[in-house]
Design a protein around this ligand. Structure first.
Ligand SMILES: *[C@@H]1O[C@H](CO)[C@@H](O)[C@H](O)[C@H]1NC(C)=O
Ligand SMILES: *[C@@H]1O[C@H](CO)[C@@H](O)[C@H](O)[C@H]1NC(C)=O
Length: 377
């Protein structure tokens, strides 16, 4: 069973980076197999255990309600958000229904709706199967969270440490260690940094764009390392979508008459994704040594395909959103005054920045293979 797990891991890595695959093969072929076996025996990880929890960090693509109880323009706990959620409840998800974090949690079989850490109605028992620290507006750059009054990435990390302490009180140190080893960590930041903070914050004066992407990458790597140091062993980092194709940016860029996939914002997202992949690959070996894995999940290509071939997926509209129907309604500005479409399945985007539930589902289908790597066989 273990070897199948390694095989799948390596098969997937080969798609990411052939030279790394060769290195991994070299690494294992030069270490005799009894050593690898011994590693399993001394490891506290029971490979037949399934995933214990989904633990989420990020921005509005993953937020499930952490911004609900304080002032921020990045809020979605009001209509028409949640119009296709059970009982039509606007929960703080930037979607007409569930988002990608929920879909992944359901697939892993841990929980159907990933609870926001700051949701006071959820007890520790509930948060054990899944917990979400994501906050709309935040980024790898703390300035992003500051500008939109979101929970900064560092604060999300502090909340995770607090969560870990609560787990330790409840299940002990060893129990917590096992729990975290068997948990899947899901991370996605970067969009706010690239589309707003760099251009509209002070960062443009401080960094060249290349320097800024490098700065984001460094923050990202520090963050992954921080989670690893606290016991995370299975990490999925989602890449950026082609942000230039979001209705709000696609329209404002259309004067340039460039396809949205090739405008400035999409190019920067794609550039950052490449750096992120390289960064993740460079950490892989350290994870492997501890029976861990960190992978990059690409959302850019599947979203590009949706954008270029909407009919294939039954979409009618790619450049206008369901909420607002042609204006810039997002967050507080997508509200009861907004026009709203009747058939959500025809729209790639629900508000002018965030996908519909249907789109999240299609994106999930595209990364399922990567998520499967998180499930021990
Ligand atoms: C591993 O976990 C499974 C399921 O929880 C259990 O049945 C099995 O006995 C465990 N094996 C070891 C060696 O602890
Ligand atoms: C984006 O990249 C493509 C090729 O990679 C290039 O043709 C295009 O001009 C770029 N767009 C901008 C706005 O720089």
């Amino acid at each position: 069973m273990a070897s199948l797990y390694w095989y799948r891991l390596m098969a997937s890595l080969s798609k990411i980076n052939v030279s790394l695959l060769l290195f991994v093969i070299f690494f294992f072929s030069t270490h005799d197999s009894t050593m690898v076996e011994a590693k399993y025996r001394t490891s506290s990880k029971n490979l037949t255990n399934k995933v214990s929890a989904l633990i989420v960090f990020g921005d509005s693509y993953f937020d499930t309600g952490n911004n609900n109880d304080f002032f921020s323009i990045a809020k979605s706990n009001h209509k028409p958000y949640g119009i296709d959620f059970p009982f039509q409840i606007p929960t703080g998800r930037f979607s007409n229904g569930v988002n990608l974090a929920d879909i992944i949690a359901s697939y892993l079989g841990v929980t159907e709706f990933v609870p926001a850490y700051l949701d006071k109605t959820k007890d520790l028992q509930t948060l054990m199967a899944g917990v979400n620290f994501a906050s709309a507006g935040s980024g790898y750059d703390q300035l992003s969270g500051q500008q939109s009054n979101a929970i900064l990435i560092q604060k999300q990390f502090e909340y995770f440490k607090e969560y870990k302490t609560k787990l330790e009180l409840s299940m002990g140190q060893i129990g917590t260690q096992l729990h975290l080893e068997n948990a899947v960590f899901l991370i996605n930041y970067g969009t706010n940094d690239i589309v707003t903070t760099y251009f509209y914050g002070h960062r443009k004066k401080q960094f060249t764009i290349e320097g800024y992407l490098q700065f984001l990458l460094q923050n990202a790597m520090n963050f992954f390392q921080g989670l690893f140091d606290l016991g995370a062993r299975r990490i999925v980092v989602a890449g950026l979508l082609p942000t230039g194709c979001t209705p709000v940016l696609g329209r404002s860029n259309s004067v340039l008459k460039k396809p949205c996939l090739l405008n400035l914002y999409s190019n920067l997202s794609s550039d950052f994704n490449k750096k992120l992949q390289d960064g993740i690959n460079s950490m892989q070996l350290e994870f492997l040594k501890y029976n861990g894995i960190i992978v990059y999940a690409d959302l850019f290509l599947p979203m590009s395909d949706i954008t270029q071939n909407p009919m294939k997926y039954g979409y009618e509209f790619t450049d206008i959103a369901c909420c607002g129907l042609g204006f810039t309604d997002v967050g507080l500005f997508c509200n009861f005054l907004s026009k709203i479409c009747t058939d959500r399945s025809q729209f790639v985007y629900f508000d002018n920045f965030h996908p519909t539930q249907k789109t999240y589902q299609i994106l999930f289908n595209a990364i399922r293979g990567v998520i499967d790597l998180m499930i021990p066989t």
